[in-house]
Ligand binder design. Structure first.
Ligand code: HEM
Length: 536
């Protein structure tokens, strides 16, 4: 065991100086053990007994409806909606070996906002295969992640956009050029995944650490965690039929291959180099030596996170540095994959609705702060906020793209709902399409795609019980402003230099059960506005 551990450390630090090695070795060694512990815990942990069968009288339980797996995975909207219509506002349905309670639009707000009875943390951890994280972090994980985004990202949006806009511009030029030179369609998701991964790497540790290697590891880490949390699980018959076996194999493989051998080897030493040995002003410090010191909005996110954990001397301990590395891992997962997938939805929808391309392009010219030497419009956070035509389009795509069970909660006790008792420890999720296509909320034309519906607001990042792409309640997505801002940068940098077209005006929804995280597939062509190949 020791020899294997030594080998891991030697492989991990072959490129660093002996002076920094010993501290790094201890830190990353403990991190590796920590990650391996997570894995073992997940694999070995006995599953909770299904409580409904244990103590809740059967007549109080919501009806358990048998929906064949083939229907759930191929046409979930029809399957769940008709079950709810026929059997009442709360039903139980088995899926991937778990009994899930699904509620209709009438009880959606209650489930998502009543924290006393429905736990976001336990529900989300269970939905993402991360149950172990709550006991291991003593319940701190989601609170810390939330604080990292609300404190470390949102107040710094202006600076962040200035720092990452050049990446979006360069990547857009690259993909349009590829499309032009090859005359073929482009893999938009792969391109956007890389683009956002680079932008997030800049946000987390700063531009000086962006290289082919760090970018590749950031991308692979985002992809690995997305896979581990089950984002592609619906697409594999084996994973759907044997979810526990799939989980053990997938976790063991990706934790070793990507988290330990790539993330711990490449990104963790950078985090360590940045934060260890520094003296920080602790967050909200009232010490006189820091009074008058300005909050810095251009510091990489990793320094903000470090300040969340400084000791009274302003230093970050080894254990805290490990926790910072875990939070950065969570940030990479939360910020890259889903935003890239949703951006593909927006670009595809815009490409098949050509009549709106012109108004989006007109708006771009109207709001931009001039045009740079390569012919691309200059955009800042402020100008992006003024793009109301595009914002309305984005909001309508998010409302209509067909999210099914996208937010999750777990009952913390036996809970009465709609005259039934939902037993403690049950997984509960609202059927989002019922809210998004509700005639009560959206009128007779609720099912229609109307991109002008939100021209007067509310903005696409606004939280509302009738609009659930970012969840609802205290735990609604804290990264939604960043997500929408990035999607706008993606769309506008592409529209500045090209006209997108989805061949045949059609695309395929790959996973109707999980439209938010699995992007649609189609042949996307990007016709350059200036057909002369641009070699910049
Ligand atoms: C279009 C892209 C995105 C979508 C559709 C999305 C959607 C969601 C949803 C539905 C939730 C669960 C909310 C609930 O259960 O009520 C959530 C939670 C969360 N999201 Fe996002 N998200 C996106 C992008 C981002 C980004 C860019 C970040 C980070 C910067 C982020 C960070 C988080 C975090 C940390 C949580 C956990 C909840 C919390 O801490 O309050 N998300 N997101």
């Amino acid at each position: 065991m020791l020899t294997a551990f030594d080998t891991v450390l030697t492989l991990t630090f072959h490129g660093t100086s002996p002076a920094s090695r010993s501290v790094q070795e201890v830190a990353v060694g403990v991190l590796i053990l920590f990650v391996a512990g997570f894995c073992l815990f997940t694999i070995a942990r006995p599953r909770k007994q299904s409580k409904p069968l244990r103590h809740t009288p059967a007549h109080l339980l919501p009806p358990i409806i048998d929906i064949p797996a083939s229907e759930i995975f191929s046409s979930p909207q029809k399957a769940y909606e008709s079950a709810l219509k026929n059997h009442g506002p709360v039903i139980g349905v088995w899926r991937k070996g778990r009994l899930e309670y699904i509620v209709n639009e009438e009880y959606t707000k209650e489930v998502l906002s009543n924290d006393q009875d429905f736990s976001f943390e336990r529900g989300t951890a269970s939905a993402l295969n991360l149950e172990f994280i709550i006991p291991l972090s003593k319940g701190k994980f989601f609170k810390d992640v939330h604080m990292m985004v609300t404190g470390g990202i949102i107040p710094r949006m202006e600076k962040i956009v200035d720092q990452i806009f050049p990446t979006f511009k360069r990547q857009a030029r690259g993909i349009v050029k590829d499309s032009q030179l090859s005359g073929n369609d482009v893999d938009l998701f792969a391109h956007l995944h890389r683009c956002i991964a680079e932008a997030m790497l800049i946000t987390i540790v700063g531009e000086k650490y962006v290289s082919d290697r760090t970018l590749q590891v950031t991308e692979e880490t985002a992809h690995a965690i997305a896979t581990m949390t089950g984002i592609y699980q619906n697409l594999s018959p084996f994973a759907r039929t044997f979810p526990k076996t799939w989980k053990v194999i997938t976790w063991a493989r990706l934790v070793v291959k990507v988290i330990i051998f790539q993330y711990c080897r490449v990104i963790v030493p950078i985090i360590w180099r940045e934060i260890c040995g520094r003296k920080y002003r602790p967050l909200n410090s009232r010490l006189s030596e820091y009074i008058g010191e300005e909050e810095r909005h251009d510091e990489p996110l990793v320094h903000y996170i470090a300040r969340m954990y400084t000791d009274s001397q302003g230093h970050v301990s080894i254990l805290s540095a490990m926790w910072v590395s875990t939070l950065v891992l969570a940030f990479i997962f939360a910020s890259v994959h889903q935003t890239a997938a949703v951006a593909v939805w927006v670009v595809f929808e815009l490409s098949i609705r050509k009549e709106y391309l012109a108004s989006a392009q007109e708006e771009l010219s109207a709001i931009a702060d001039g045009i740079d030497s390569s012919g691309v419009h200059k955009l800042t956070y402020d100008t992006l906020r003024r793009s109301t035509v595009l914002d309305s389009f984005i909001r309508e795509v998010l409302r209509t793209k067909g999210d099914t069970l996208s937010a999750a909660r777990e009952t913390v006790r036996d809970v009465s709902l709609a005259g039934y008792t939902i037993p403690e420890g049950s997984f509960v999720s609202p059927m989002a399409t019922l809210t998004h296509r509700s005639r009560t909320l959206y009128g007779e034309k609720a099912a229609e795609f109307d991109p002008n519906r939100w021209l007067e607001g509310p903005a696409s990042s606004t939280i509302d019980p009738g609009y659930l792409p970012f969840g609802f309640g205290r735990w609604a997505c804290p990264g939604r402003i960043l997500a929408v801002t990035e999607i706008k940068m993606i769309v506008l940098t592409l529209l500045a230099i090209s006209v997108p077209e989805v061949e045949g005006g059609e695309y395929i929804v790959v996973d109707p059960m999980n439209v938010t995280s699995v992007p649609p597939v189609g042949r996307l062509l990007l016709h350059p506005l200036n057909p002369k190949p641009n070699n910049n």
